[in-house]
Design a protein around this ligand. Sequence first.
Ligand SMILES: Cc1ncc(COP(=O)(O)O)c(C=O)c1O
Length: 287
Amino acid sequence: MSRVAYVNGRYAPHGRAMVHIEDRGYQLGDGVYEVWAVIDGRISDAARHFDRLERSLGELSIAWPMSRPALRIVLAETVRRNRVDYGLVYLQVTRGVARRDHGFPDPPPPPAVVVTARTVDRAAAEARADKGVAVISVPESRWARCDIKTIGLLPNALARQKAREAGAAEAWFIDELGLVTEGAASNAWIVDENGALRTRDIQANILRGVTRLTLLDVARREGLTVDERPFTIAEAKKAREAFITGAGTLVLPVIAVDGTAVGDGAPGPVAKSLRRLYIDEARRNAC
Ligand SMILES: Cc1ncc(COP(=O)(O)O)c(C=O)c1O
């Protein structure tokens, strides 16, 4: 089946969907994005992603390209046209098209919008989660506003590539204090030696992951001890379990950090159970 993309007011065949060469996203990375998980053909955690989009747009003084309900319809329509039952829907909003100049164009052009959706192989994703993945650590090399979900992802792309070349699935950034911030495209978690769930607090320079937030709700509901406190790579290596979260990975067990097995080197019971509970919750709140 051929894929369809939404670009600035039109649905177009994916291979022929185009943006202008002077789109500021293309020229300067001047834009933001969101990714929602699609489960049973419905969009999961919709409101929380929209809230974060509002924040990202606001921080960069980019106007909403259309109302939230209208954007919601475009997302759903893109999912429908691509017949995605289980997968992802991607939204990108840039400051729009203008002659190349670093300062904002005045008057502001209309923001440019792209939406795509794709199917994820559910069986392959489950098999990957059953096996667990390895992560490596890399020095933090990003700017000071990682709370904004900007399309400027070069350090993340370089880190992810380094992980891939090392046979790992994700790279964890380590800040100047030796603490894990987050992954190249995910938040980082451990179950520490005392059995508490640990993940970096949102005062740190990280993306405020929606999956992270919803999983914190789920974990608290389950009566788990949650500690939004940083951890080092040494602590991760000594942890009972580790895992990552994101719209793309949901909850994915980590079985090795920088080549050292975490726990017994297999996905742990807490991560496995949180993955199940998270998917149930994501399915329940999808609309
Ligand atoms: C740097 C970074 N951290 C964390 C996440 C996880 O965020 P979410 O759970 O909202 O997908 C992502 C997702 O793309 C990311 O790029």
